[in-house]
Design a protein around this ligand. Structure first.
Ligand SMILES: Cc1ncc(COP(=O)(O)O)c(C=O)c1O
Length: 369
């Protein structure tokens, strides 16, 4: 009987355990647990990795999105555009500033923001766009940046699922005005707890973000803006510093597994996120959509194969966002993809044989055998 996990951190963590122990010992020795040199070193390394210029470590991806919006002065009376097929945090962060989330539909092939739908969603109140690099693939950023430039809007990449992904050679985190990352443990670059970061090419902006995350102190003991306690802990920063060295290797293993999924599933009546021209995706998740989802999930359960849902309920169907006033068919592509998709096992240590076993179940179901 198969027993294929959806995700596991065990093997990857065991491999680097000694290095991690040494890194944590450094923080215990220098006792700079909050802010300080260990955090700064990671910020510099991560900014360089992304090709972004500057980075601020933040306590979570949600806090990073929230602060990036506040950093651009966005609040009550403003509108921010994003997509309905994202983790709730993207839209939560907009609402937390007092601004109104405005949603646009996605492109069916990629499940990513449709730049052709942006213009009709822009009003005089629009201040920013948050394209979400969902599942580890970058959005089509050239048209997004072009439209944003014409309307004087800021672009904040939601890069929470896209550490290391590339668009036309450039990495996520360097494509917009700023980007928000999550280091939640299951992410491609994951901490041993909560964590996040903001990257940007604008040094002054990152300096302001560092004030916001530290109770609004722009200079020591001067609280010039209403701030938060949104700092990334030094212990998480050094753990992330160790894991950053292995990120490209882990991402390339994910890409190999994705290629095997693609090859095995080719020609079946199953939707797969297509890799768009110019994109190098890092497969945080591997989603598939099939009209009879229960048939698929029951077959996977019978084969003892774990699966996930990212995310089955569109943001505009969530009770907390009912006041946005959207309904069924407001975003037909996102709704259909979300209601018919599941995510398959995907993590760097997954075996090609296990991918083949998963695909055999999908193939049997979709071909009716
Ligand atoms: C697309 C997206 N946005 C935002 C977040 C929020 O990140 P965090 O869980 O670190 O707050 C996540 C992570 O779960 C995410 O996947």
């Amino acid at each position: 009987m198969n027993n294929i996990p959806f995700f596991s951190l065990k093997e990857a963590t065991e491999k680097i355990r000694e290095e991690i122990d040494e890194a944590i010992a450094e923080v215990i020795d220098n006792t700079a647990f909050v802010l300080g040199p260990s955090l700064e070193r990671f910020e510099n390394n991560f900014a360089e990795y992304c090709g972004a210029g500057y980075c601020a470590g933040i306590s979570s991806g949600t806090a990073a999105l929230h602060l990036a919006l506040l950093g651009y002065g966005i609040g009550t009376g403003d509108e921010v555009i994003t997509v309905p097929n994202t983790f709730i945090a993207t839209v939560e962060a907009i609402a937390m500033t007092g601004a109104k989330p405005v949603l646009v539909d996605v492109i069916e092939e990629s499940a990513l923001i449709d730049p052709a739908k942006l213009e009709e969603a822009i009003t005089p109140k629009t201040k920013a766009i948050i394209p979400v690099h969902l599942f580890g693939q970058c959005c089509d950023m050239d048209p997004v940046m072009e439209i944003a430039g014409r309307h004087n809007l800021k672009v904040i990449e939601d890069s929470c699922q896209a550490h290391g992904a590339r668009y036309k050679g450039k990495r996520a985190g360097s494509l917009g005005d700023a980007a928000a990352f999550s280091f939640y443990p299951s992410k491609n670059l994951g901490a041993f707890g909560e964590g996040g970061a903001i990257t940007s090419g604008d040094e002054d902006f990152i300096a302001r973000i560092k004030g916001f995350r530290h109770h609004g102190q722009l200079t020591k003991n001067m609280h010039s803006i209403l701030g938060y306690n949104y700092r990334l802990h030094a212990i998480q920063a050094v753990i992330l510093g160790v894991k950053l060295k292995y990120l490209d290797e882990a991402n390339s293993k994910r890409r190999n597994l994705a290629e095997r999924y693609r090859k095995n599933l080719e020609g079946l009546p199953i939707w797969i996120q297509s890799e768009q021209e110019g994109c190098m995706a890092v497969y945080h998740l591997f989603p598939v959509a099939y009209p009879n989802k229960p048939e698929l999930t029951e077959a996977l359960d019978r084969a003892n194969i774990s699966w996930g849902e990212h995310y089955p309920v569109p943001v505009h169907f969530q009770p907390v966002f009912s006041e946005l006033g959207y309904g069924r068919d407001s975003f037909p592509i996102a709704e259909k993809l979300m209601e018919t998709s599941i995510t398959l096992p995907m993590f760097p240590e997954l075996k090609l044989q296990q991918v083949d076993d998963v695909c055999k179940v999908l193939s049997d179901v979709s071909s009716g055998s």
